[in-house]
Design a protein around this ligand. Structure first.
Ligand code: TRP
Length: 330
């Protein structure tokens, strides 16, 4: 039996370099390994928690599909689908919700962070929290458990959700017989948390991102905005504390990274580093970027690929859900 590797991306913003380095790039590597069945999906029902504009949600969803395809994901080898095309996931979502304590959801970090913020601002604790946000980890558990997932490649912030998934599965398995497989998470090492324009973690919520497929002139402008210190060109600089270098090294060979770190130590101007970073990024992403815009202009082609993926995914989900329903007496 092949091991199943599954991950989802929420369509809540343009895919940025942080998403790429943290999840997409390693997931693409895993997709090339024959021993794995990979399943990558667009978590559009998760997106609905935040995005209440139909056009925006639709376009962001196409954007994620096109990103995977432009970067070379082979939909004949990997499952690529929209969460909302698999209604069985929502049925499982309800079933699982009956095996989750409310206390566990109170402790889930996205909800907890919102509550803490509300408390600090002196407003009602649950202000601005919809039940979708509160139930977020249950739907994510359904995504994962439905496909007997072995490994979930995620960003660090999602580890708790995979642990919750394990708890829910264990709870169910204890009540009935072993039904769900307990998934493991897979995170990128510490070093590869990508800093954004301001040096904090690159994240949509900080507004400090570099979109993966930004046009060249805008890409150049964003790179120019990356914060540096005010050291003059000849002064030695530490590559390891530099956002520019952290991004740079993700896109070049080890030798090139070494050469650049020597340049830092010997003294190089920030302007030059920025120029080099632009050249490297533009070269690495130019091809996929072209493909991406081609796909985006042809959403029908994307739809066909996604429907096909959903068909294959449902061929797994439908019989498994039936089995689960039988277990619980439905
Ligand atoms: N919560 C994930 C995120 O925000 C997206 C997601 C939804 C997901 N369902 C999933 C990730 C299942 C992995 C597995 O990044």
């Amino acid at each position: 039996m092949k091991k199943t590797i599954l991950t989802g991306i929420k369509p809540t913003g343009r895919v940025h370099l942080g998403n790429y380095i943290g999840v997409i790039k390693p997931a693409l590597e895993l997709a090339k390994i024959d021993e794995y069945q990979t399943a990558y999906f667009i978590a559009d029902y998760h997106g609905l928690i935040n995005i209440h504009d139909a056009k925006e949600l639709r376009e962001l969803s196409y954007g994620i599909a096109a990103t995977w395809l432009a970067l070379g994901l082979d939909p004949n080898k990997s499952l690529l689908y929209r969460q909302s095309d698999i209604p069985e996931i929502l049925e499982l979502n309800w079933i699982l919700s009956c095996f989750v304590s409310k206390g566990m959801m109170n402790r889930a970090h996205a909800y907890k962070a919102k509550v803490e913020k509300n408390l600090q601002s002196g407003i009602e604790v649950d202000s601005g929290v919809n039940i979708g946000l509160y139930n977020y980890p249950i739907l994510m558990s359904a995504d994962i458990l439905m496909f007997k997932t072995d490994t979930v490649p995620v960003g660090k912030d999602q580890v708790q959700h995979v642990e919750i998934t394990r708890d829910i599965a264990e709870n169910f398995n204890r009540t009935y017989r072993d039904t769900f497989k307990l998934p493991e998470f897979l995170i990128q090492e510490q070093g590869s948390i990508l800093p954004g324009l301001d040096g904090r973690k690159m994240s949509k919520s900080y507004g400090n991102t570099i979109p993966l497929f930004e046009e060249p002139n805008k890409l150049q402008k964003l790179i120019n905005r990356i914060v540096t210190d005010s050291k003059p060109p000849e002064e030695p600089k530490n590559p390891n504390t530099s956002t520019l270098f952290t991004i740079y090294k993700e896109f070049v060979s080890q030798e090139e990274a070494l050469r650049m770190s020597e340049n830092f130590l010997n003294g190089i101007s920030w302007g030059e580093v920025k120029q080099e970073l632009f050249i490297v990024l533009n070269k690495a992403l130019g091809g996929p970027r072209e493909k991406y815009y081609e796909m985006i202009a042809n959403p029908k082609v994307i739809d066909e690929i996604l429907f096909d993926g959903a068909k294959k995914a449902r061929a797994i989900a439908i019989p498994f859900l039936k089995e689960v329903k039988k277990q619980i007496g439905l």
